[in-house]
Design a protein around this ligand. Structure first.
Ligand SMILES: [Zn+2]
Ligand SMILES: [Zn+2]
Ligand SMILES: [Zn+2]
Length: 760
C-alpha cells in the first residue's frame, strides 16, 4: 500500500521529521519525510495496510510535545513500491497549503540544562546549548522551510561532533537545526560601552560578576537586548532610571530560580506553572512580606515582574553570584522597537551601559518578553510575545476570508486570520514613528509569508490619522484589497467574542482612549456586538468628562481631576493652588487651568475609564505624573488591594450613563477621614458595580446571555473580580481574555475577526 500525507500545524522546528522517521522504522515502513515551503510536512509511506494504520495511530498519539497537528491530508497512491528504506529528504520549496507555522522560541530544556552543568559533557558551559526540544525558532528564521540554511545559524557550519549527532536517529539532536557546540557555534564576548573588546576566559561569567558589582550591561539574547543590572544596589538602578528615561516604570527582573523568587514574592501554583513553562513569560508577582530587593525595581507597586532564565547564557549569568535576581529590562529607547543589531546596540545603548555582552549570531526577528499576571487562577496576558508568538489562537468558527489586521496605535500587534486560526505577531509597541511603522510592516509581511497566507481584506482602526490607518489605506490602494475600519472598542469586544467562540455579547470595554463613531474620545463603553455584523450598538457609557489641555490631561492627572471636581462644585481654585507644586509650571499653570475651567468653552471631553481612575489617583495623592502607560491606574490598584469598599457608593445611572462626577466628589470629601486604601477600593467598586449593573440590565433586555470585560482596564484585578461576581449573580456568563491581551495588543485580532466574519 502506498500513500502520501500532508500534515499542517506546528510541525517544523519541533523534531517532527525525526519523530516520523522513528515511527516509520518502528512499523517497518519505507518512503520519505520532508519539510515543505509552506511550513508543513510531507510524508510518503510504503508498507502493508496494518503497519500504515499503526503508523497513523502513533502519528497523533505519540507526537513530539511541542508539535501541534491541525490537519492530516492523506492521499492513496497507485503504482509499485519505489523505496527500500525510510529517508529524511532535503526540504522542498513547494508551498500550496496555508496556515502552518514554525514554533515560538522555546526555553532551554532540562536535559540541555543538565548537560550545561556536566563537566564531562562536550557542551559543558556552552551558553547556547539547545536540542530538538528547545532553543530559538521564531527569532532565527528568515524563510521557510525551517532548515539551518534558512536561519541565522547558517553562518555556523557544524563541526564533526555536532554533525555526527545531527545524523544519528537515536540522538536527541537528530536533525536539530540549532545544534551547536563551543567549537562550531556562536561565541559570546564582552566589550566596553564603546565596543573595545574585554579579554575574558569566560565572558558570560565575568558579565555576571560585573552585574553583581553594580555595573550596567546590555546583554544580547535570542530576540533582542536586555539592559541588565543589580536588583539590590541603589546606584546603578538610579542611574538607569535617569539615563533610560524611566522615572518610575517597573523593571522586569530575572530570578535565579523559583525558590529564589519565593524569597521576595508570593508564587501560587498557577504562577509557578507559567514561570517554569517552556514559554517563560514575565509574571507579575505580589511582593512578599520579605521583599528585600531595592524599592527602585518596581516603585510604589504591590507587584514585581519576574521571569526565570530561558537560555544557558541566563543560567550562567546567575550561577556564580550571590544575587537573587538581576534587572533584565527590554532595551528599547522610548517609543522605539527593541534593539536587535550589534552596531545599532553600540550606537543606541552605549550611553546607558558600561559593558556589552554580545554574541555573534544575528537576530532575524526581534521579539520582546511576554508579560502575564494571574487573576484568581486565570492567566491574563499583558503582552503576548516571546514564547507564544507566532503560534496561532484557535477559534471555534472559520473565517469567511483571509484578513490582515494592522491594530491600533499603542502596544500594537498585527494579526493574520486564516480559517479558524489567528496568527498574532510579536509585540510591536507604539506605532507613532518610522522605526515602529517599519517594524509593523515587516512583522505583518513575515507572518503572511510564514503562514503562506494571502489576505483578501485589510482591517484597521476607525481613527483617520493613525499610522496604521494610513498604512492600511496604502495597502488598499497598492493591492486592491477591501478595507474595513473597525471602531476601537468594537475590536476589543470582537476579540473577546472570537476567543470564546461567542455569537453575541454585551461587552464592557474600558481603557484610556479609542476613537468613537462620533469622533469623540471613548473609553468606558457598553457595546452590543454580534459575530456576523460589521455594526455594533452603543448601549451605554461613562459620563463625559473634560480633558483640560487635551493630551496634557492624560499626562498630568491633576488636570482631569480638576475638570471633574469643577463640575462637582468643589473650590478647584484653592485645591489646585494647594497642589500646584505637582504641576510642571506650578502656580501659573494652576491659574491657567482655573481660568480655562471658568470659561468652559472648547474643552474636549472623554468617556474614558482610564482617565477617571487617573483622577482618583491624583485626588488620593498616589500619582501626579503619568511617566508610563497606565501608571496612575496601576498605582491606584496597588493601593486598593489593601482596602475595602468603605464608602459603598450607589451607582448613579441616568439615561444609560454612569455618573463619575458624584463618585469623585465623594472620594474627595473623604480624603483624610477614610484610609487611602479604602477610598481607592471604593472607587473601583463604584465603577465595577455601576458598569456591570448597566451591562446586565441591557443584556437582559436584549436577551443576550454573555457579558464580557475587555480593554486595558480589564487587566485590573479588582474591577474584573467585582464585575464577575455581579454578572454571575445575575445568572449571566462573564467572559474575560485568556488567550490574548485585554489591552490594545488584542485590537488587531478584533479587527481581523470583524472583517473576516462579516458578510460583504
Ligand atoms: Zn534541549
Ligand atoms: Zn559543534
Ligand atoms: Zn483599547
Amino acid at each position: 500500500m502506498r500513500a502520501k500525507i500532508n500534515i499542517t500545524g506546528i510541525v517544523q522546528g519541533v523534531g517532527f521529521r525525526p519523530f516520523i522517521y522513528r515511527i516509520a522504522v518502528k512499523h517497518g515502513i519505507v518512503g520519505y519525510v520532508r519539510n515543505r515551503g509552506d511550513a508543513g510536512v510531507e510524508v510518503l509511506l510504503e508498507g502493508n495496510a496494518q503497519s500504515i494504520k499503526n503508523f497513523m495511530y502513533d502519528l497523533t498519539a505519540e507526537k513530539p510535545p511541542l508539535a501541534q497537528i491541525d490537519q492530516i491530508k492523506s492521499t492513496p497512491l497507485a503504482g509499485k513500491q519505489k523505496y527500500s528504506q525510510f529517508i529524511i529528504y532535503k526540504s522542498s520549496q513547494e508551498a500550496e497549503l496555508s496556515g502552518s507555522i514554525i514554533p515560538p522560541d522555546i526555553a532551554i530544556c532540562n536535559q540541555c540544562l543538565a548537560e550545561l552543568r556536566d563537566p564531562k559533557d562536550p557542551r559543558y558551559e556552552y551558553f547556547f546549548i539547545t536540542c530538538t526540544n528547545c532553543g530559538p525558532r521564531f527569532t532565527i528564521i528568515e524563510r521557510l522551510p525551517y532548515d539551518r540554511g534558512n536561519t541565522t545559524m547558517r553562518e555556523f557550519p557544524l563541526c564533526g561532533f555536532c554533525q555526527k549527532e545531527y545524523n544519528d536517529p537515536a540522538n536527541r539532536r537528530f536533525h536539530a537545526q540549532t545544534v551547536a557546540c563551543p567549537a562550531c557555534g556562536p561565541k559570546a564576548y564582552l566589550t566596553t560601552n564603546n565596543g573595545e573588546p574585554v579579554q575574558a576566559k569566560d565572558p558570560v561569567r565575568l558579565a555576571g560578576k560585573l552585574l553583581s558589582e553594580g555595573y550596567v550591561l546590555a546583554v544580547k539574547g535570542y530576540g533582542g537586548f536586555h539592559i541588565a543590572t543589580s536588583t539590590l544596589l541603589e546606584k546603578p538602578l538610579l542611574r538607569l532610571r535617569t539615563t533610560k528615561h524611566r522615572r518610575e516604570k517597573p523593571f522586569a527582573i530575572m530570578a535565579r530560580s523559583i525558590g529564589t523568587a519565593k524569597e521576595f514574592a508570593e508564587v501560587s501554583s498557577k504562577e509557578d506553572e507559567l514561570l517554569s513553562s517552556p514559554a517563560r513569560p514575565i509574571v507579575l508577582l505580589n511582593k512578599s512580606g520579605n521583599y528585600n530587593l531595592s524599592p527602585l525595581v518596581a516603585p510604589n507597586l504591590h507587584n514585581v515582574g519576574v521571569m526565570l532564565p530561558y537560555t544557558g547564557l541566563h543560567y550562567m549569568l546567575l550561577d556564580h553570584v550571590g544575587d537573587p535576581a538581576f534587572v533584565m529590562t527590554s532595551a528599547n529607547p522610548p517609543n522605539e522597537p527593541i534593539v536587535n543589531d550589534n552596531d545599532e546596540a553600540l550606537r543606541v545603548l552605549g550611553g546607558t551601559v558600561d559593558y556589552f555582552l554580545f554574541h555573534n549570531r544575528k537576530i532575524a526577528h526581534r521579539c520582546d518578553d511576554s508579560v502575564m499576571r494571574v487573576h484568581e487562577n486565570r492567566q491574563v496576558f499583558l503582552r503576548r510575545s516571546r514564547g507564544y508568538a507566532p503560534a496561532p489562537i484557535r477559534l471555534k468558527q472559520k473565517s469567511n476570508r483571509c484578513v490582515v489586521g494592522l491594530g491600533g496605535e499603542l502596544n500594537n500587534t498585527s494579526c493574520v486570520l486564516f480559517e479558524d486560526k489567528a496568527f498574532i505577531s510579536q509585540h510591536i509597541g507604539d506605532v507613532e514613528n518610522v522605526e515602529t511603522r517599519v517594524f509593523l510592516q515587516e512583522a505583518a509581511s513575515h507572518l503572511q509569508h510564514l503562514t503562506n497566507c494571502h489576505p483578501e481584506a485589510v482591517a484597521c482602526d476607525l481613527h483617520p490619522k493613525f499610522t496604521t490607518t494610513i498604512l492600511a489605506q496604502e495597502m488598499k490602494k497598492a493591492d486592491g484589497l477591501p478595507l474595513i475600519q473597525v471602531q476601537h472598542h468594537h475590536a476589543h469586544a470582537a476579540a473577546l467574542m472570537a476567543e470564546h467562540g461567542l455569537d453575541e455579547i454585551v461587552a464592557i470595554t474600558c481603557d484610556g482612549y479609542g476613537y468613537g463613531t462620533d469622533g469623540q474620545a471613548w473609553g468606558g463603553e457598553i457595546l452590543q456586538c454580534t459575530r456576523k455584523s460589521e455594526e455594533f450598538k452603543r448601549l451605554g457609557h461613562l459620563e463625559s468628562q473634560p480633558l483640560l489641555g487635551g493630551d496634557l490631561a492624560s499626562r498630568y492627572p491633576l488636570r482631569i481631576a480638576a475638570g471633574m471636581l469643577g463640575k462637582a462644585s468643589v473650590d478647584v481654585e484653592s485645591w489646585l493652588m494647594q497642589n500646584n507644586q505637582q504641576l510642571p509650571h506650578g502656580e501659573s499653570e494652576a491659574n491657567f487651568i482655573t481660568n480655562q475651567l471658568k470659561k468652559g468653552k472648547g474643552i474636549p471631553e472623554t468617556t474614558s475609564c482610564g482617565r477617571v481612575l487617573d483622577a482618583v489617583s491624583a485626588v488620593l495623592g498616589l500619582c501626579y505624573l503619568r511617566s508610563y502607560e497606565g501608571e496612575p491606574a496601576m498605582k491606584l490598584e496597588s493601593a486598593a488591594l489593601a482596602g475595602e469598599d468603605k464608602l459603598n457608593l450607589r451607582p448613579s445611572l441616568h439615561d444609560d450613563v454612569l455618573e463619575t462626577t458624584t463618585m469623585l466628589r465623594a472620594i474627595f470629601d473623604n480624603v483624610g477621614k477614610v484610609s487611602t486604601a479604602d477610598l481607592a477600593y471604593s472607587a473601583h467598586a463604584y465603577l465595577a458595580k455601576g458598569l456591570s449593573s448597566l451591562a446586565v440590565e441591557k443584556a437582559k433586555v436584549q436577551r443576550v446571555k454573555a457579558v464580557g470585560f475587555s480593554g486595558g482596564a480589564a487587566c485590573n484585578q479588582i474591577l474584573s473580580e467585582i464585575m464577575r461576581t455581579f454578572v454571575e449573580r445575575a445568572g449571566l456568563r462573564f467572559f474575560v481574555h485568556e488567550a490574548v491581551p485585554a489591552g490594545d495588543a488584542g485590537i488587531s485580532l478584533g479587527q481581523a475577526v470583524v472583517a473576516g466574519f462579516c458578510n460583504f
